[in-house]
Design a protein. Sequence first.
Length: 455
Amino acid sequence: MSSTSNAEWIESDGNTEALPPPCAKLLRLACILVAFLIPLKLSLTYIVLIPLILLWALSSSWRYGVLAGTAGERAITVPLAFLLLSTSLSVITGIDPAHSLSPLLSLIFFAFTALVFRDYGNPYFVPLALVTGQVIAAAHTVVSSAFPVIPSIFLGSVTESGQLALSTLICLGLTWGKFATVRDSMSPATPRAAAVCGTIALLMLSSFGFRRDIHIDHSALLALWLGGGMLIFMLVRAAAPRTQGARGLLTFSILYLPLLLSALLLNLKRGPWLGVTLGIGVLCFIFARRFLAMIIMAAIVTAASVPPVRDRLAVSYDHFTISGGRSTIWRIGGELISRYPLGIGYHNSGIMRKFSLEIPEELKHFHNNAINLAAESGILTLAIFAWFIYATLKASFRRPLSGLHVAIGCAFISWQTAGIVEYNFGDSEVMIIVWLLVGLLLGDIRRREPSITSR
């Protein structure tokens, strides 16, 4: 097992031949800024991302297109191109092409985010910026649970949970995967010092939570305890190289992971809970199997002992069978798939209300990625989407293992697991992170493989 070196992570900038050095540097900085803004405000993200995509398109990068690059890149970009093509064709055969056109153009336009980050996304600073922005939003969620008078500033709980299903795995995966194999380079006192600092920070957070004038939710306290404890054990086992960047990343992770897990629990979204648990389990299986039992026990204890989590899980079946709930919309989805095998057209799921007055007017999707894709864009599109997910996971877990690749692969597992009970493929704030991660994966593959195109 191998991990990406510090030089690769910090100094590699992807393809910068398409623009003069000052412009290329500007695009790289814009990629970092976009990653930071995604968890905070979509409007601010678009202010930077839309010009970024347009500037990329105006450069010579567009000539390489979706289908160019190395063999490893094509294994991912080919199914992605077919996915967008199949979705576009479903609009033509759908029931309301005019209603589908604008969302389709938006989907295609922002899918180019993957190619932008392939060419200009730094594989060290972009994930770090993404997680940093996510932690700021998570801190707001945790503090709001203590002070309900604080107004909502960032994204709602549904979108934040969908993003956390991805970014939590990136935070943990980068740290774990990057440092799990280099313990010989550190002083024996380093993990002890990290454990002591982590324990002190954890005790401070816990004592803060027990102050009577600040009513932090018990689930937040338990999440802080679990997250801090897991990181302490991880840092005792793992070893950090004696570099400022490595120590900084470990310090960030000690502070970040407890907040991310706290926000994940406080949002009370069951799909992301399951996705993150499974993703962390896969990560443990790859890098540290001795922690697998601890992760399983932590999930069981959380589900059994934290009242909000326990109560939320206890009513899962009732919520599934409730009037207008998932049992109803999934049944309608199955009927639409059998009636329209080519799909009713992208973004046309609102038609389901015509089949049952039980469905709330605000419900516009099927709360399931597979059903939504098959109902809107056809069975063929669903098969192509499965091809795209398989290709991405295959590239992520290909040996020699990379911390970046494995983190992205586990994030995709978490994303699609959460997608069993929600339509996160249709959430713009979540999909931008997906395209970003695909781009980072493509860029890292390009650096590792000889190009098959002539530049």
